[in-house]
Design a protein around this ligand. Structure first.
Ligand code: WT7
Length: 637
C-alpha cells in the first residue's frame, strides 16, 4: 500500500483512517518519501488553538522550485513541463521542457534580483495566460520573494488596492493580452493603478501583443532584453517551511479582499499529494486545467501541484469560444489531453451549443474529467459525462477554496464512486464536520448544516496578510477550534458530501467568488445613488448572476433609468472589473432592514429568485411595507 498514490476504494479507506488516527505520522511519511528537503523538520505540526497559528514541518528547509524543477532534471530533463497553447490556433504551441523551464526561471529570477527584489519582498504579477506568468511565479519562489498574482481581468482600482495592501515592490505585467478575437491593453491599466502605489520601485513588461505602450523612465523595463543578458545560474534560496510562498486575494462578505497567505512546505506537500490522487497522474499523461493562474486553481493545479509531480501541464492562453465553440475539444484532440479540469460555468456555456462542435473531435485520449469552483448541476454533469467523457471518464467534482490551498473533498478516480452533484468524500487528512444552528456538531449521516474542518491540514492559509485578527474572526470564531468554510453541505445516507452553496454574502458568478461589499461601494460612488444592495439569483450559464437594488437620491420623473444602469455597470467595471457587472438593476425607494439597520439580503435574494411565496415572517422588519413595493417592481427578464 502506498500512502502517496491511492488506487482503490479499500486503500482509500485505510489511508484515510490512518490520516485521521495519526495526522502527524501520516503527513510526515508523505513529506519524507516524496520531496527534496535541505533540512528535516523539527516538528510535523504545531497547532496553537489560542492564537490560531499553525505550523507544518517547522524547522525544515527547502526551496519549492527544487521540487518542481531541479529534481526532474536528473530524471526527465527533456520532458515537456509546460505545454503552451496560444490564443491563435495558427500560432504554434510551445513545448517548454524541464531543462528549458529551469533556465528560464533562473534567468527571470536573476532579473528580479538585479532589480532589487529580495527574499520576503512582495511582487505583484498582473499577466495574461502566457508562459511568463507561470515562470514569474517560479522565479519569485526561486529567490524567496512572495508573489501576489492579481487576475488580469481586474480593474486598475482593484489592482492598486491589492498592491498597496501587500506593499509590493514590483509589478510584472505585459503590454496586453489576446482573448479570442480581441486584444486587451494591460499596461495602461497598470499605469493607472500605479498613480498611487508608493511601495512600487519597478515594473517589468512582457511584450505580447506588440502594442505601443508608454514606458516610465527608471521604473518600467521591457523584460526580454533583460532576460537575454541574465545568467542561467541562480542557486535556489533556501527557505524555511513556514516562510511565505504567496499571497492571493479572495473576496470576503464585507470589506477589503482578504490577502490569504500560503507558506512553502505544507502547501507544496498538499498541492502535490492531491494532484497525484485526484487526477491519478501517470508519467505519460498530458494534463490540462483550463483555469487562469490568477486564481488558486491555477496556482495549485496548473503550476505547483503538476510540476512537483514532474507532470506535463498545459496552459491555454485564450477563451473557450475562439475561433469557435469547439476550441476546448480541438485542444484536447491536438495535444492528446488525458485529464481535463474546468469550471461548471464553462460546461454549461458549451453545452448550449450544437453537439457538432464536440463530435468533430476525437476525445478518446481523455481518462479523467474534473470540475471546480461552484456546484455543478445535474444536467451539466450528464452532458459532460455523456459527450466529453463518453461515460468512461470519471468526473471529479472537487470542492475547495482559496483558503484551503488544495482540493479538500473530491472523488478519487477508480476508487470513489462518482455521483452527480456530490463532491463525495474528504481526501486523506481532511476531517469535515457539519454544524447546526446552535453550534453543535451534527453526527451521523443524512444531516445538513454548515461545513467546517476539525483538524489543520498542511496547505491551509496561515493568516490574512497584515490582519491576523480578521483571519481569526472570519474562520475561527463561529465554531470553537474549527475552520468555518462559509459553505453549507449535506452528508447523505452513505456519508457522501454534497456542497449546497455559500451561507454568507459571497456570491459565486461564473465560478468567480465575489463579495457584495466592494460592488456596493462602487455603485454608491455614482452621484445619483443613495444606497444599494446586491444579491445573487440563479442563472442558466453563470450559476448565479447579480441583481442590484438601488435607491436613488432623487427619484423624480424623467430620470433615464436605462442610462443610469449603464453608468452603474461602468463604475463597477472600473472599480472591481467586468466580472462583477449586474445583470439586473431595480430602482427602489427602500430596502428591507432589520431594526438594527442591517439590510435583509435573505429577503432580497428570494425576491430576485422569484420565490416570493417563501419570504417567511417579515413583520419584525423595520419597514415591512417596502417588501410589497419591491415585489411589484421586480425585473423579470
Ligand atoms: C468557494 C471557494 C477552489 C478553487 C476555485 C474557487 C465554491 C468551489 C466547489 C464545488 C460546490 C464549490 C464554494 C467555496 N466551490 N468548489 N466543487 N462544489 N461549490 O475558489 O474563489 O476561493 O471559492 O467556491 O462555495 O467556498 P474560491
Amino acid at each position: 500500500m502506498s500512502n502517496y498514490h491511492i488506487k482503490g476504494l479499500e486503500e482509500y479507506f485505510q489511508v484515510y483512517r490512518k490520516s485521521v488516527d495519526n495526522p502527524e505520522q501520516f503527513w510526515e511519511e508523505i513529506a519524507e518519501e516524496n520531496f527534496v528537503w535541505r533540512k528535516r523538520w523539527d516538528e510535523v505540526l504545531k497547532w496553537n488553538k489560542e492564537s490560531h497559528k499553525v505550523k507544518w514541518f517547522d524547522g525544515a528547509k527547502l526551496n519549492i522550485t527544487e521540487n518542481c524543477i531541479d529534481r526532474h532534471l536528473y530524471t526527465n530533463p527533456d520532458k515537456t513541463a509546460i505545454l503552451f497553447e496560444p490564443n491563435d490556433p495558427d500560432e504554434s504551441a510551445q513545448h517548454i521542457t524541464y531543462k528549458e523551464l529551469h533556465e528560464r526561471v533562473c534567468k527571470f529570477a536573476n532579473v528580479l534580483k538585479d532589480k532589487g527584489v529580495k527574499k520576503g519582498d512582495r511582487v505583484c504579477i498582473y499577466l495574461p495566460m502566457i508562459p511568463e506568468l507561470a515562470i514569474s511565479l517560479l522565479a519569485c519562489a526561486r529567490i524567496g520573494a512572495v508573489h501576489s498574482v492579481v487576475f488580469a481581468g481586474f480593474s486598475a482600482t482593484a489592482l492598486r488596492t491589492r498592491i498597496n495592501d501587500a506593499s509590493c515592490k514590483m509589478v510584472i505585467t505585459s503590454d496586453g493580452s489576446y482573448r479570442g478575437a480581441k486584444t486587451i491593453d494591460l499596461k495602461p491599466i497598470v499605469d493607472e493603478a500605479l498613480l498611487d502605489t508608493p511601495s512600487i520601485t519597478s515594473v517589468l513588461v512582457v511584450k505580447r501583443i506588440r502594442s505601443s505602450v508608454k514606458m516610465v523612465a527608471d521604473r518600467d523595463y521591457w523584460l526580454q532584453p533583460l532576460l537575454e543578458q541574465a545568467s542561467t545560474d541562480c542557486p535556489a534560496t533556501i527557505m524555511n517551511a513556514e516562510d511565505e510562498l504567496f499571497i492571493l486575494y479572495t473576496s470576503g462578505s464585507t470589506g477589503m479582499p482578504k490577502g490569504m497567505v500560503h507558506t512553502t512546505g505544507g502547501y507544496m506537500v498538499y498541492a502535490a499529494y492531491t494532484f497525484k490522487n485526484v487526477f491519478q497522474y501517470r508519467d505519460q499523461d498530458i494534463y490540462w486545467c483550463s483555469a487562469d493562474i490568477g486564481w488558486i486553481t491555477g496556482h495549485s493545479y496548473i503550476v505547483y501541484g503538476p510540476l512537483a509531480n514532474g507532470a506535463t501541464t498545459l496552459m491555454y492562453e485564450g477563451v473557450p469560444t475562439y475561433p469557435d465553440w469547439g476550441r476546448f475539444w480541438s485542444i484536447i484532440e491536438k495535444h492528446q489531453v488525458t485529464q481535463f479540469y474546468t469550471a461548471p460555468t464553462a460546461i454549461r456555456a458549451l453545452a448550449k451549443e450544437k453537439l457538432d462542435f464536440v463530435e468533430k473531435y476525437d476525445l478518446s485520449s481523455l481518462k479523467i474529467l474534473g470540475t471546480v469552483g461552484e456546484p455543478i448541476n445535474e444536467e451539466a454533469w450528464h452532458w459532460y459525462n455523456d459527450n466529453i467523457g463518453k461515460k468512461k471518464s470519471p468526473i471529479v467534482d472537487t470542492w475547495w477554496q482559496t483558503e484551503t490551498g488544495g482540493i479538500m473533498i473530491s472523488p478519487i478516480p477508480y476508487a470513489t464512486p462518482t455521483i452527480p452533484t456530490f463532491a463525495t468524500l474528504p481526501l486523506p487528512g481532511i476531517q469535515p464536520a457539519l454544524m447546526d444552528e446552535n453550534g453543535e456538531e451534527l453526527k451521523g449521516n443524512q444531516v445538513e448544516g454548515r461545513l467546517t474542518i476539525k483538524h489543520p491540514w498542511p496547505s491551509m492559509a496561515r493568516t490574512i496578510w497584515g490582519n491576523h485578527k480578521r483571519y481569526v474572526e472570519t474562520y475561527f470564531s463561529a465554531y470553537k477550534d474549527k475552520y468555518f468554510t462559509g459553505d453549507g453541505a449535506l452528508r447523505d445516507a452513505t456519508g457522501f458530501y454534497r456542497i449546497t452553496g455559500r451561507v454568507d454574502d459571497v456570491i459565486i458568478v461564473s465560478g468567480h467568488n465575489l463579495g457584495t461589499a466592494p460592488i456596493e461601494d462602487a455603485i454608491n460612488e455614482h452621484p445619483a445613488v443613495a444606497e444599494s444592495a446586491i444579491v445573487g439569483f440563479p442563472h442558466d450559464i453563470k450559476g448565479n448572476a447579480l441583481y442590484g437594488y438601488v435607491i436613488l437620491k432623487e427619484t423624480g420623473e424623467g430620470r433615464d433609468h436605462d442610462n443610469l444602469r449603464k453608468e452603474i455597470n461602468q463604475i463597477i467595471t472600473e472599480r472591481v472589473g467586468p466580472i462583477a457587472k449586474l445583470d439586473k438593476i431595480q430602482f427602489t425607494e427602500g430596502l428591507p432592514k432589520t431594526r438594527s439597520g442591517k439590510i435583509m439580503r435573505r429577503i432580497l435574494r428570494k425576491i430576485a429568485s422569484g420565490e416570493t411565496s417563501k419570504l417567511g415572517d417579515i413583520s419584525t422588519l423595520l419597514n415591512p411595507e417596502v417588501v410589497e413595493k419591491i415585489i411589484d417592481n421586480t425585473i423579470k427578464s
